[in-house]
Design a protein around this ligand. Structure first.
Ligand SMILES: [Ca+2]
Ligand SMILES: [Ca+2]
Length: 494
């Protein structure tokens, strides 16, 4: 497990290098150049190192000298506050579990107990893992901390997913998860580096065909779309991780989501346009509702454009990352995002900071070419190979918006509406927040707000079971746009 963790660090470093070198002729995934902060995971230890650092300034001091030190060699300072979970039915002896069971406030009457512990001396992460693994009655070592009582989701890492707070996910879920809200199952095709098929926070949400296959691998040309990079696993979780399972992270789509894993990018994050086109047609044939493409390249291809048009014509809403050059998309022209302004049902996505809601410094922009923004930097925690990790990029903003797309499609289907991709784009734009900081960067200054979107769905698409065709969305996107341009706030809402 520890060698795998080290491998993740190396692969990300390598991916940045390849992205820079091969951008001109390859579709590359849309990472930013910011260093990802890692989560350390071994058999019995699961630690968010950013949180350890925030709580203990000595952590940075002690580990400062080597930027890319192997993660397992990082040192936890004496006094670090951790949490240990112990199995009380276990009769064997171990240093940590004996300490917990013998403590003054021990809860030995329940089958499993948790206790806050403080490290008596400095230890490396690998030493801590060895200690934990050698203790038969110890279940887990994790971060300790103060919980907020207001989080709706019970997922362990929910409070660290700042993007969910930013888009008002939990209050929106009160509407979306109310009786009759999201009843219809919806499928997101993640066209990316693959998805870790046995990830505990994704596995139960994987789509499968009649043969039990979860998608396709267009790199190796087989039916195993497992992720050998991490990028696709991160994107899949942002949209549709298993929510409210008392573990890991929450997805923007809180229920009824299935993930179709379509691998078109290799382990280094690069892939051919041909593979991507194949991925799109696979998603069409297998009836996905939403396609996420956190990828792009500077090569325009009429065949790629045609595939996207075919997808939208089939009723699939397509989301494409605007790219991470920090440039005007009309000049840097990254595809498929640059096609979006002329294709109803294809939405191009910029990245904003979760807290300030201003454009992320790496994000491409253009108030015609870029249609919506969503959080893509500052606290974007999601599933990763063998654990969880923070990543940044328009790659991350895109599946966050695509998760909102899943909620929109499911809501409409659940209430009896037929779906067209163009109407879903119009509704999502109408349900966006007007973010004046984006006036020069994003069409209509729109950024994702799950609460305004859910409120719009509840108000205008509440119960249309008697209606068999999709009515004109209210308000129409054109009226909304004019209102936005005239500078009124909350134009999308009412
Ligand atoms: Ca979860
Ligand atoms: Ca569009």
């Amino acid at each position: 497990m520890q060698t795998k963790t080290r491998w993740i660090l190396l692969s990300i470093g390598m991916l940045f290098f390849l992205s820079a070198c091969e951008k001109s002729n390859q579709q590359t995934n849309q990472f930013s150049h910011n260093e990802p902060e890692m989560v350390y995971v071994s058999d019995k230890v699961s630690l968010d190192l950013a949180q350890v650092e925030a709580e203990n300034p000595d952590f940075k001091k002690i580990n400062r000298q080597e930027r890319w030190v192997a993660q397992e060699d990082l040192v936890l300072p004496a006094g670090s506050k951790l949490l240990a979970v112990v199995d009380n039915t276990c009769q064997e002896s171990g240093e940590m579990s004996d300490t917990v069971k013998g403590a003054e406030k021990a809860q030995n009457h329940i089958r499993r107990q948790a206790a806050s512990i403080s490290l008596p001396k400095e230890v490396t992460l690998s030493e801590l893992s060895k200690m934990a693994d050698g203790d038969p009655c110890l279940v887990e070592i994790a971060n300790d901390g103060v919980m907020k009582a207001t989080a709706v989701s019970n997922d362990t890492h929910y409070s660290k997913q700042l993007h969910l707070t930013s888009i008002k996910s939990s209050t929106a879920n009160d509407i979306l998860l109310s009786a009759g809200g999201l009843v219809q199952e919806v499928v997101i095709a993640v066209i990316d580096t693959g998805v870790q098929l046995n990830h505990p926070d994704l596995q139960a949400n994987l789509w499968a065909d009649g043969n039990g296959k979860n998608g396709y691998n267009f790199v190796a040309n087989n039916t195993n779309p497992n992720d050998d990079n991490g990028h696709g696993t991160h994107c899949a979780g942002l949209a549709a991780a298993i929510t409210n399972n008392n573990a890991g992270t929450a997805g923007v789509m809180p229920t009824k989501a299935k993930i179709m894993a379509i691998k078109v990018l290799d382990g280094a994050g690069g892939g051919s346009i041909a593979s991507i086109i194949n991925g799109i047609y696979y998603a069409i044939e297998n009836k996905a509702d939403v396609i996420n493409m956190s990828l792009g390249g500077n090569t325009t291809s009429s065949a790629l454009r045609k595939a996207v048009v075919d997808a939208t014509a089939a009723g699939i809403v397509v989301f494409a990352a605007a790219g991470n050059s920090g440039a005007d998309l009309a000049k840097s022209l990254e595809y498929p995002a640059a096609y979006a302004k002329d294709i109803a049902g294809l939405i191009s996505v910029a990245s904003i900071d979760s807290e300030t809601k201003t454009l992320s410094n790496f994000s491409n922009y253009n108030k015609d070419y870029v249609e919506m923004a969503a959080p893509g930097s500052n606290g974007i925690l999601s599933t990763y190979i063998n654990g969880y990790a923070y990543l940044e990029g328009t790659s991350m903003a895109t599946p966050i918006l695509a998760g909102a797309g899943l909620a929109t499609v499911s809501w409409l289907k659940s209430h009896g509406y037929a779906i067209t991709a163009a109407n879903v784009e119009a509704i999502m734009k109408a349900g966006a927040e007007t973010n004046t900081a984006l006036a020069n960067f994003v069409q209509g200054s729109r950024s994702l707000n799950m609460l305004t979107l859910a409120s719009l769905l509840k108000t205008n698409y509440a119960d249309a079971k008697v209606v068999t065709v999709m009515p004109t969305p209210t308000p129409s996107p054109f009226v909304t746009e004019r209102r936005c341009r005239s500078g009124r706030v909350n134009c999308g809402m009412r």
